[in-house]
Design a binder for this molecule. Structure first.
Ligand SMILES: Cc1cc2nc3c(=O)[nH]c(=O)nc-3n(C[C@H](O)[C@H](O)[C@H](O)COP(=O)(O)OP(=O)(O)OC[C@H]3O[C@@H](n4cnc5c(N)ncnc54)[C@H](O)[C@@H]3O)c2cc1C
Length: 407
């Protein structure tokens, strides 16, 4: 009897150990779980396209419903004794998979979780004292030292592999110099493909000449670090890792400020350009993710969770580990966070990383005719005056931080 392969965040046939273990005759299935129906439109569209592409390479059934019940029904229809899937360690996925495993086991069917969306699965690396890593640099060293297995042989190409190939051959060598400049197409834009497993990081790492020193491989390690932190602390999805930020920090509840931030109408051109890129493309450059997140938390004094939710709803690459840990890093409440006093100045950031103002002009057309589109408050037209005074709010943020009780 053929077994089942349950596709989730491993939407590829290449270098997919769980799919290989299920065997060529396995019945492949993707289950649309109604609990995930609230995700943003762009992400949903991306997922649909990814499934469509996969279906041309490995025909798969699509089901809607609770995964345990759907898999049980399929296994009964086909007589399958095993369901294979790639492991997934987010708090939601871990709970779901444990529940599915129990439902299937009650009927004598085994759920086999093989591999993970990471080169080194969360939970595998340990400090000398036997604890999990909470700080990136030692994690990174241990990650490099451990290494990862070889990539599986290429079977078929897909859009993600083609994108990686194009990036590898044309931009990888300049990644470090250019990656912070949002107007340069210098980054891989593989985040959604990595999230949905259209390409495995192992495949990428196997094609980087020296991944132990390569800056792009280091960013992949950040992805693995975020997953590791969330694996250790599943509560970090919505709770600040530094609890003082939930129990003692003074926050604003100004809904108008939040709305202005979401719509790219804060009056700070670089921030607004980032937020408008998110609305227009469902993606935002990493530099802008940091600057806009910092603005929400440290200039508007809104809780990071509010901004993180907006990102999750609008990003095509919305990823609970990268997003929540990224937000906590910026907010200063993560395990390995930017020091709270390092507050991004949105104008200085714009001048430094968008020196000619091309990025601002592209996303904030009201300012397109200005020689210098960086300065807030100089253009009266339809573009709003600055919502707040950055220098003043910086002091407010610092004094609120200093008022927190000691750790
Ligand atoms: C506030 C905030 C929210 C974020 N939310 C998300 C999110 O929801 N989903 C997401 O995938 N990334 C998130 N990131 C990380 C990073 O911004 C994106 O991964 C990156 O911008 C995606 O573009 P790229 O694929 O061109 O990246 P590249 O520069 O080409 O990097 C290659 C890959 O490395 C990983 N990566 C790069 N930077 C980081 C990082 N700082 N942390 C973790 N992984 C990284 C990503 O998988 C990325 O695709 C967030 C960062 C911040 C500061």
């Amino acid at each position: 009897m053929p077994d089942l392969h349950w596709f989730r965040r491993d939407l590829r046939i290449d270098d997919n150990p769980a799919l290989a273990a299920a065997g060529p005759d396995a019945v492949a299935v993707f289950i649309h779980d109604p609990r995930l129906a609230g995700v943003g439109r762009v992400r949903q569209d991306y997922l649909d396209a990814a499934i469509k592409e996969l279906n041309t390479q490995r025909p798969l059934l699509r089901r809607h419903g609770e995964p345990g019940a759907e898999l049980l029904a399929l296994a009964r229809e086909s007589g399958a004794r095993r369901v294979y899937c790639a492991g997934d360690s987010t708090p939601f996925a871990a709970r779901r998979d444990d529940a599915v495993e129990a439902v299937l086991a009650a009927h004598g069917i085994e759920l086999r979780r093989i591999d993970s969306p990471f080169a080194v699965p969360p939970g595998e690396l340990r400090t000398q004292a036997g604890a999990g890593f909470r700080v990136f640099t030692p994690f990174y060293k241990a990650w490099i030292a451990r290494g990862w297995g070889p990539a599986g042989p290429p079977v078929a190409t897909n859009a993600a592999r083609a994108r990686w190939e194009e990036f590898r051959t044309t931009r990888l060598s300049r990644y470090q110099q250019d990656r912070d400049f949002p107007d340069i197409p210098a980054t891989s834009r593989l985040s959604a493909a990595l999230h949905f497993g259209q390409i495995h990081p192992r495949t990428i790492l196997s094609q980087i000449p020296d991944p132990t020193t390569d800056p792009f491989a280091r960013q992949l390690a950040w992805r693995e670090f975020c997953a590791e932190v969330l694996w250790q602390r599943p509560d970090a999805v919505w709770a600040s890792l530094d609890r003082r930020f939930d129990t003692h920090m003074q926050y604003s509840d100004n809904e108008d400020h939040f709305q202005a931030w979401t719509q790219g109408r804060t009056g700070y051109p670089f921030v607004d350009a980032g937020m408008r890129q998110l609305l227009a493309e469902g993606w935002m450059h990493n530099r802008l993710r940091m600057v806009t997140a910092s603005f929400l938390v440290k200039d508007l004094h809104l809780p990071w969770q509010k901004g993180a939710r907006w990102f999750l709803e609008h990003l095509v690459d919305a990823d609970v580990a990268n997003n929540q840990i990224g937000w906590q890093w910026v907010a200063g409440c993560g395990t390995d966070a930017a020091p709270y006093f390092r507050i991004f100045n949105p104008v200085v950031q714009g001048r430094r990383f968008d020196p000619d103002g091309h990025y601002i002009r592209r996303y904030v057309p009201e300012l397109a005719h200005l020689d210098d589109p960086h300065e807030p408050g100089i253009f009266a037209g339809d573009y709003p005056p600055p919502l707040v005074d950055h220098r003043r709010e910086r002091d407010v943020a610092l004094s609120r931080f200093q008022a927190l009780p000691p750790k």
